[in-house]
Design a protein around this ligand. Sequence first.
Ligand code: PLP
Length: 381
Amino acid sequence: MFPEAIAAHTRACEEHWHNPSSLYREAGAAKRLLEEARERLADILGIEEPNRIVFTSGATEANNLVMAHAAASAPGQSAIISEIEHPSVLEPARKAFGERLRLAKVQSDGALDLAALEASIQSDKPALISVMAANNETGAIQPWIEAAELSKDIQFHCDAAQWLGKMPSDGLATCDWITGSAHKFGGPKGAGFLVVPEDLDSIRGGPIGGPQERGLRAGTENYPAVAAMLAALERAQQLLSGAPEIENARDGFEARILAEIPNTRVCGAGANRLWNTTMLVLPAHRNLKWLTRLSHFGFQVSTGSACSSGKENPSHVMQAMGLSFDEMGRVLRLSAGWQTSAADWKALGDALIEVWSALNSTDRESKPKIQFQAGAPSEIA
Ligand code: PLP
């Protein structure tokens, strides 16, 4: 979390912990600050009507609300979502639309195939189209602006959880529904928002309870989380101009790894990607081995959702991009933050190359000293 977000959270907990929906004077102050935060967020998003913003417990809740509402408002109609949406879009969409859900294909670089989306819209006009702004596994930037244009008179939802705070928010205001998540831009976990269409007076299929958030989302407002979310987003917006420098360092890292660890691939290399993400398919050794060794160097990396432990399901994103099962077991996902420097990318490169050499020598050491010879009797039990 940005220090600014932690400070805003602490201040809100200490000074404005009151229930914003209560009637006493201090609660009124918390309510005013909550509404002020809504206006500041609307300003960043370029939305004229702050009332379109509903504060939620994060992007998962926001995405669930969209799917529940869309299906309840258009019984019998279909929806199209990209096949690489986050599970918090994919699963509620499957539940809400069942067989009426259609998945729009991505290309092998991980970006949505717009022609396929257009053909799908023309074959049967859906009630809702949902395309994420950038993918959480590959960082591949999606053509969400073009997809929104194709949607014209169809409700369009954009899960911008990976976009906001990393990329300029220009154009987002054209979407009917927008999802955001605070912990993706240096804010707290468990906080996010949903932008809803103008004049929406109820979210059908959502949880029912108190009349908070104009009756759109029941539950006591978490003003400290909202205060921290806004402080983080405003800080991230100030840092946006520094993105090209980190992107250059990331690109330099990738070029070095491709040269030093032969047969490595960068997933989605052909697509525009977020400046902070790189997804590598390494040439050998299970990704869990790489992950464990890198953690000894102090690097916290991810295997994606590949089936490395045997318990996880293979990633639907990697499958959509055409990776084989074997390749998926060799994927490492690395992401930087605003604090990541060129020196950090260099140190990560050094560590990866050292791990590569260590894994290869361990492999050599564990190889049997006496090799099989064709036709010779085995000397190893
Ligand atoms: N959507 C995307 C694209 C994400 O990357 C994530 C988080 O990983 C989510 C939704 C879920 O966000 P939250 O953790 O706020 O529920």
